[in-house]
Design a protein around this ligand. Structure first.
Ligand code: FES
Length: 104
């Protein structure tokens, strides 16, 4: 499954990753800047906050309460904000566009 990361400066990086991996894990494994993921994917730090491309928003699973409340701690939250450790790749998400924020 292809993931396209765009950083706040507009630079894009395209990576291939296995289904079932989280977008956060893919970012860390590919040294994508802008994702800290301090808690290692436990939905407890909000430093894996990203913006999801509009075309993929409707394909994601709805946020769990925990993700919603953790997002309150993220900076510059928008309608398309998600925690990348809670987005698991699947065929549906092929080509998903993820924009990383300037800071976490
Ligand atoms: Fe900590 Fe996602 S890695 S909330």
């Amino acid at each position: 499954t292809k993931v396209i990361f765009r950083d706040h400066a507009g630079e894009t990086r395209e990576v291939e990753a296995k289904n079932g991996t989280s977008v956060m894990e893919v970012a860390v494994a590919n040294m994508i800047p802008g994702i800290d993921a301090d808690c290692g994917g436990a939905c407890a730090c909000a430093t894996c906050h990203v913006y999801v491309g509009d075309a993929w928003m409707g394909k994601l699973k709805a946020k769990e309460d925990m993700e919603d409340s953790m997002l309150d701690f993220a900076e510059n939250v928008q309608d398309n904000s998600r925690l990348s450790c809670q987005i698991l790749l699947s065929d549906d998400l092929d080509g998903i566009e993820i924009t990383t924020p300037e800071s976490q």
